[in-house]
Design a binder for this molecule. Structure first.
Ligand code: BV8
Length: 245
């Protein structure tokens, strides 16, 4: 870890200790070191696949079997992965910052499995299914594509697809928390996808300190108070360490 990065992290010590309303905003990058591919950037899923053909509502209506091939592949892959040091560090920070929340764009449940509390899943859960015809919501079963037990239509993956609005309750809560936080740690997200990418703006509007932790710069790096360049599993345990000393 570079000297500059270590010094930047140290500057966060008093900010983190004083924070009373801490929010984590996470994306696919935090799960990369658990073996789950990101969407964009080097080796990203969208370099190989077209998201609008595999992860959008129109794609699901037009060709549900193709969408289910993609989601069954990701369910299998994610099912074999485990939380990494970054997920665990967030869970440990939350032990000391009881009023902190995790707003995640990820659908892999790794924050839950790392022991985090107060989690808002902005884009749903890949192990759930939903019926767009009758509203049935339940766990994925072995059949691909799964059929609705109520009306026998093909069920949709329990994730928010492109062209699909985010769950109202979760979205409203995410705006409320982002608008009232005093510190937002933004980890492993390209901030490409709306409306999740507007949450740092709500935090900034409330004069919160916003910190980006990413291996690259993003669309909003210029907006950040701190931009810590490195991997989440390297940086988050160091940030957790600030609370211990
Ligand atoms: C909505 C499904 C209203 C779940 C996902 C034109 C037509 C239609 C829609 C739109 C349009 N233009 C804009 C839109 C809106 C659209 C959108 O934002 N599109 C973008 C691509 C332009 N948004 C929507 O459709 C949303 N709904 O707006 O409803 C509406 C209604 C009708 C019509 C229009 C609008 C729904 C958004 C949710 C879509 N679902 N996935 C799944 O399969 O997972 S999005 C997908 O991207 C994932 O959910 C993912 O979470 C999300 C965001 O990506 P990131 O998490 O940021 O991941 P990414 O790979 O991009 O970046 C990883 C980062 O990590 C990188 O910066 C990398 O540098 C970094 N990194 C890598 N390794 C590490 C690391 N960092 C730290 N450590 C490491 N080791």
């Amino acid at each position: 870890m570079s000297r500059n990065l270590i010094d930047s992290i140290k500057l966060l010590k008093s900010i983190l200790s004083k924070s009373e309303h801490l929010v984590f905003l996470t994306g696919a990058g935090i799960s990369k070191e658990s073996g789950i591919p990101t969407f964009r950037g080097y080796e990203g899923l969208w370099k190989t696949y077209d998201p609008m053909k595999l992860a959008s509502v129109s794609a699901f209506i037009e060709n549900p079997s193709l969408v289910w091939e993609f989601y069954a592949y990701r369910q299998k892959l994610i099912g074999e992965c485990h939380p990494n040091g970054a997920h665990i560090a967030i869970s440990n920070i939350q032990q000391q910052k009881r009023n902190s929340w995790v707003l995640t764009q990820n659908v892999d449940n790794l924050h839950e499995r790392a022991g985090s509390k107060n989690i808002i899943k902005l884009h749903g859960n890949i192990f759930k299914v939903y019926c767009i015809h009758c509203g049935y919501y339940g766990n994925m079963d072995r059949n691909v594509p799964p059929l609705c037990p109520n009306c026998n239509n093909v069920l949709k993956p329990g994730v928010v697809l492109f062209e699909e609005t985010l769950p109202q309750k979760e979205w409203t809560k995410a705006i409320e928390l982002s608008s009232s936080c005093d510190l937002m740690l933004i980890i492993g997200t390209s901030l490409n996808v709306s409306p999740a990418n507007t949450l740092p703006l709500y935090a900034k509007d409330n004069n919160a300190i916003v910190v980006e932790i990413n291996t690259e710069t993003t669309e909003l790096t210029k907006l950040m108070d701190f931009s810590l360049q490195g991997t989440a599993s390297e940086i988050l345990p160091k940030i957790m360490g600030l609370l211990e000393n």
